[in-house]
Every structure is written in C-alpha cells, then in structure tokens.
Design a protein around this ligand. Sequence first.
Ligand code: AMP
Length: 292
Amino acid sequence: MIERLSSKSEVRAAVAAARRDGKRVGFVPTMGALHAGHLSLVQAACARTDIVVASIFVNPTQFGPGEDFDAYPRRIEADIELLAADGVEIAFTPSAAEMYGDGAAVTVEPGPLASRWEGEVRPGHFTGVATVVTKLLSVVRPDIAFFGEKDYQQLQIVKRVVADLDLGCQVVGCPTVRDEDGLALSSRNAYLTAEERHLALALPAALEAAEQAAAWGERSADVLVALMRDTVAERAGGALALDYAAVVDPETLEPLERVDHRARALIAGRLGSTRLIDNCSITVTDREPNGA
Ligand code: AMP
C-alpha cells in the first residue's frame, strides 16, 4: 500500500518509523509525469533498499524566466498509481509553500561543475536543483538516493553536493531508458509534434556516431564533436538548434582535447520551443582510425 504524504513532518515520521524497524531507505526524487525512465529508478531502489520513498515536486526554483514551469505536465493521480504498482511505499507530494515556506534566503551553490553546459544555457538552474535536492535529502534522509544518467551533469552535481555537504547518503546513477527508436524518455517529449519527435532522433544518432567513431579509434574530441554536429545537421537541418555538443571528462565535465580513456558525450538543443538533452559514455579502444 502506498501512502501519499504532503508534509515534511509526516515524511520524517514515516521514515523514522521504518528505520526503527531496521529498514534501509531508498529515495527517488522526480518532477512527476512519470515514464519508464523514472520507474527504472524506482525498480533499482526497490531492489537495493527495504522501503522506497518517491517525491513528486515540480520545483519552481529550477525553472528560469520564460521556461516551461507552467506548462510542465502534471498528472499526479496517474503517477501515484504507477509508483504504487512498482512497490513505492511513500509518495511525497509537497506544495511549493510546504517546501519553501515564506521563501528561502539560503541556497546551495553547486560550484564549478555547474558552470558549463546546462548551467550556462539555464542560469540558476543548478542552484535550484542543488538546493531542492539538499532539502529533500534532509527531509527523507535516505540510505541511497537514485538519479538518472539521462541528466548526467545533474547526477555529477548531486554526487558532489552530497559529498561536500556530508549529507551521508549514497548516490546511485541509473542508465538512461530509451524508446525503441533510441530517443531518451523525457517528460518533455510530450511537447513534441509527430514531426519533431522524428527530428529529435538526430540527438541519439549524433551520440551514436561519436560513440562508434571512438570505438573505432578516433581520439580527437574536435573530430567527435564535429561528427555530432554534422549528424544533427544531416538529420534535422536547421529545425534542431543545438545549444552544445561536447566531449568531456566524465567527472569534471571539462572539455577534452583527446579521448584517452573514458569520456562522456553531451548534447542539447531545441526543437521549436522544446528543449531536449542527451548524453552517452565514450570508450576508446586501442585501434587506430580507419582500422590501421
Ligand atoms: P525529472 O522528473 O525529469 O526531474 O527526473 C527525475 C529523475 O528521473 C532524474 O534523476 C532523472 O535523471 C531521471 N530520468 C529522467 N528520464 C530518464 C530516463 N529516460 N532514463 C533514466 N532516468 C531518467
């Protein structure tokens, strides 16, 4: 049976009771409009902990002016049913007033990891994310919190916030869940027209081109980035406005010149008014380019 709780004190009490029974607590924070990507985090949490808390909160402070806070899909009743079916015991559904009271003067600045990529395109976004995640972790106090690799920069930032502020929980990253055609599942995919949905496949295609080239021995990050940009131009032309395509160090997120070990390819762009982001891991082999 799932319990829907909207106040921080109720959640604290319910988690404390579970802990007294010796249970390990898992936590999956979300903004709702749940899809199989979110549910994969829930399943990972159920597999590794004894009681799972999932939050549904469309956090206003991580949306900038002119972004889609008002339009963001909200279907809380259907979400709760999905969470219940997958074994979540506690759904935490606070209001903005419950989360922030009369406003909050103190925020969490996530530091250099937030300066590039999404942080540059969406000023203030990661301060909002770091602050709300810190607050949610302080309320729930999980043993393990689960985040998606889909939001790769967010995952790295959350790991850093938890380490630097000694929040005392483990952060587990879960692989990106994709539709059959390769498009990463996202609540924002609901905004896409059928034509845009097709053009959006340029993003995973670009990542795959970079991944393949690296697997065949290409080590120049510039070449891999050019390949990503060319793939997007070929597949979507001017309809997909790229915000960035990058090959970065998987921990620092700084751009690389050469890919000598592991790297991460990041890509983001806009189709009409919809912003989409994606990423994948890049591994080089010892082969030289062109099979030499
Ligand atoms: P959101 O509701 O978009 O804030 O996402 C909540 C959590 O689900 C975040 O940790 C996301 O990274 C994760 N997530 C979103 N989409 C996916 C996906 N396609 N695969 C895996 N995790 C995802």
